[in-house]
Design a protein around this ligand. Structure first.
Ligand SMILES: [Zn+2]
Length: 363
């Protein structure tokens, strides 16, 4: 299966943070043939091990989060309308009139729509106003509260954007949960290549959980594996659009992205300054493959590599990414060639990762 086919398959599987089971099952199935050991943990992380040529004390963890943003049902009113709370960074300004799916207690999918003023009767003072999440409501067609409950929808049920995968020109695609099913597709490609060629150190391929909720699912995997080094695979925000032009230089089709600095100052006081030896490995891999690398330093977003680096005696971490437009909107837009090159780059980094890698600084 090619990376774009796998990406399409993964983007069409709705799986909210904390409800990763459907995507977890897909990853378990796909990683089975490319791993020596395969397991899940209490939180739902999928952990595949690819053994090295010869045993060494060093190991490398390569991870991508499986979960996606969305909402949970907060209340069901007498007339059968649902209110919600957000899970992760859902932009309220895109919600009115959006199609959603809700996962029932039996893991079935129920369709819904986010209601809004009928255009013809929108009050003048509401025409250009974004409704906060507390004001929005979902209509699943039910006539009253008991019908909603009979459909298996109760308080706490996960709500997600209706899954979509649209092919655009230039092998670009616009999809729901490109964040981080693109990363999931990449790590399976990497596992496929490494399982054949065998790395110098044990490699753990991890599909992690709850990144959009608390950024710490991958940390739980790292606590069990205690890897020497780790690579996070997630998207980076491309600003090559009319409204964002100039905010950063990341461009679709210009190749994979190497994170040089991230920090999130709003609530989550964390970020990542990559380990210098990981930067060197990535640069040599890109040079030897003839892949151009986009460097990225920014404040406002981070990945769970920020937490993974703090595990045990410390883990040598780096963020690798591909550029994506319109993040968290349900039409996240990426170019397939960037994902293909990212998969090649990560594979090569894992292949050249030395058995005697010394993570301690100053050596
Ligand atoms: Zn992400």
């Amino acid at each position: 299966m090619k990376i774009d086919e796998r990406l399409e398959k993964y983007c069409l599987i709705p799986a909210l943070s904390g409800f990763e089971e459907p995507i977890m099952q897909a990853l378990l199935k796909d990683l089975k043939e490319f791993s020596d050991e395969l397991r899940t943990d209490t939180l739902g992380n999928v952990i595949a091990t690819i053994k090295s040529k010869k045993p060494t004390k060093n190991s490398l963890m390569i991870f991508a989060h499986m979960d996606q943003i969305g909402m949970v049902v907060k209340s069901i009113n007498a007339a059968g309308f649902l209110t919600v709370e957000r899970v992760g960074g859902v932009p309220e300004r895109i919600l009115a009139g959006k199609a959603v799916v809700i996962q029932t207690e039996n893991k079935e999918i129920v369709n819904g729509v986010i209601g809004t003023f009928p255009h013809h009767f929108t009050p003048d003072d509401k025409k250009y106003v974004v409704q906060p999440v507390g004001n929005i409501y979902i209509d699943i067609g039910a006539k009253n509260q008991s019908e909603v409950l009979k459909m298996g929808v109760n308080i706490g049920a996960p709500v997600m954007y209706e899954p979509a995968f649209r092919k655009l020109a230039n092998k670009r695609v616009a999809a729901t949960s490109m964040d981080d099913r693109g990363g999931c597709a990449v790590i399976v490609e990497v596992a496929k290549a490494l399982f054949k060629s065998r790395p110098n150190v044990d490699v753990y391929i991890v599909g992690s959980v709850q990144e959009e909720f608390n950024l710490r699912g991958a940390m739980v995997a790292a606590q069990q594996l205690l890897p020497t080094a780790a690579i996070s695979i997630d998207l980076a925000v491309a600003c090559d659009t009319p409204d964002m032009n100039g905010k950063n230089s990341l461009t679709l089709g210009a190749g994979p992205v190497m994170g040089m600095y991230s920090f999130h100052g709003r609530g989550t006081l964390n970020g990542l300054i990559p380990h210098p030896k990981m930067v060197s490995l990535v640069v040599s891999a890109a040079n030897s493959l003839g892949i151009s690398l986009q460097r990225h330093a920014s404040v406002g977003a981070l990945t769970d590599a920020s937490y993974v680096q703090l595990v045990g005696n410390g883990v040598a971490c780096i963020d690798l990414a591909w550029p994506t437009r319109y993040t968290h909107t349900g039409i996240e837009t990426s170019q397939i060639s960037d994902l293909e090159e990212l998969a090649k780059l990560v594979t090569n980094v894992a292949q050249i990762f030395p058995a005697n890698f010394e993570p301690a600084r100053g050596k």
